[in-house]
Each structure stands twice: as structure tokens, then as C-alpha cells.
Design a binder for this molecule. Sequence first.
Ligand SMILES: [Zn+2]
Ligand SMILES: [Zn+2]
Length: 292
Amino acid sequence: MPLTHLSELSWLYLSLLGTVLLLTGVFYVLEELFPAERHQTASSRWFNTAYYPFIVAWLLLLQFVCAPVFSVALIRAGGGFVPQLINPPRGFFGNLAVTMAFAVAWDLWQYWVHRLQHACPVFWQTHRFHHSDTALNASAQARHHLLNYVLHTILYLPLLLIWGSLTPHFAATFVMFRLWGFVNHANTRLDLGFVTPIISGPHWHRIHHSTSPEHYDKNFAAFFPFIDILFGTYYRPRKDEYPQTGIPIADFSGHLSEATIAPFVGLYRLGWRRIRRLTERVSKSSVSSTSH
Ligand SMILES: [Zn+2]
Ligand SMILES: [Zn+2]
């Protein structure tokens, strides 16, 4: 959907923001009635809620900038790999089949981007803000740094080129994938029972945010835990297993800092360390060559 008119953009912005704020209120009530963790501090919930207007605006801005570039790439790719290969099924069940197939493909793609963010120190800087919440609740679904969205938007291009015109547009993608984050992060004792390996829920995703070493690098999928089963990162929580969440206190520099400059400082330090190691290696090799 090309977002060309300011009024269209404002309408979309207010609708998305209104939806997010409404759901925040609904989930707040549910979390108060059936909490997994009682007496959470309110500061991060307030911070996450105040952060929504900025992050929704950032998402739209990214869409506004990337959509024309992605459109050109898609035209050059002949409209996408899958639509060239098969005739898309039609009707209700046809659309449902395409939607489900795309949702699995999207989560598979998201799974590997997410694993990359945990495995690589550079990409971890784009994701640490999300994990820094020690009072995990539904408001954390929007707690992602701007760089996280830049990374996900850029790496989304291959998926777009594969699915082409079958890719749902921005608003549908937002509804399908972003809003499930409310469920995944809810501070409620909602055990999905035998459905746990099929659909992700708050109990299962809480393990991913855990500070306990046995939970590190587990449960990466956003929707379908069977993807974790497939790649050996699945962990099914025990009935009363609701671990502490967050990152080590020494790595946390405050909500505002984590949301803004901390990842840039982290990237700068990583770059500086790499340059120092390189110069040390060069000076060592020049000393050894002059001593021969
Ligand atoms: Zn993560
Ligand atoms: Zn999460």
C-alpha cells in the first residue's frame, strides 16, 4: 500500500496507535486479574506505553522510505518467485491456505533473524532493549529499539521477493504479527497445555526472556514453537515455571538509555575493540618482521 498522502498516513498512524493503546488497557486488566508475577514495578510499563507513539511513527517512517525501494526490487524480480511458480489459490479456503503458509514462512524467517540477534554481538545491540525488561508484561511487545526495526525491515526483502504479491501489505502484517506480541508477553498464568508446541503463548515465551542459564537461547519463534522443535531450541516450561526475566544488571543502563543511545554506544565499543585488536596484530607482526 503506497502511503503517499499525509491524511492517509495520519489516519493510519492514529488507528495503529489507538489499537495498541486499547489492547494495552485490555491486557492490563487481564494481567491484574490473573498475574503470573505479582507486584510488578510500574515504571517499565509506563515507559513502554509512553514509547508507543514514537515506535509506531518510526515503523511508518521506515515503511514510507522502504516501500518504493522494495517495489522497484519486486518489479525487477518479476513480481516474486512463488506467484511465478504457482497460480495463487482463490476463495476463502484458498486465501486461508496462503495466509497460513505465509505465516509459517514469516516465522521461519523471523526465527533466524532472531537467532542472529542473540548469536552475534553486533546484532545483539539491536535486541538488548527488548530483553532488558525485568517486569515482563504485554507492554513489552513494543519495547524494541529503532535499530531492531531497521534490521528486520532490510532483511525482510528476500521474503518479499519470494512471496511477491502474496505478501500481505503493511497494515495486515502489523495486525497479524506485531499484535500477537501482546499475548506472548502478557503477565498472565495462561498455560496452553497440549497446544504449547503449536502456538506460542506467554508461558512459553517467558522462558525466552529468562535470566536462568538453562533457558538461554531457547524459544525463538514468535508464533509457532514447532519451528524451535525443528532446530533444537525448544523448551517446554514446567507447570509452575515462571522465571525471572531481564539482562544482567551490569549491562542495563536505564530504560531511556536502552531505548536510545545504549545500542549505539555498544556498537561503538565493539567497533573500537575490533580496531584495537587489528592494530595490535599489525604492530606485533611488524615487530617480529624487523627482529628477523
Ligand atoms: Zn530474543
Ligand atoms: Zn519477547
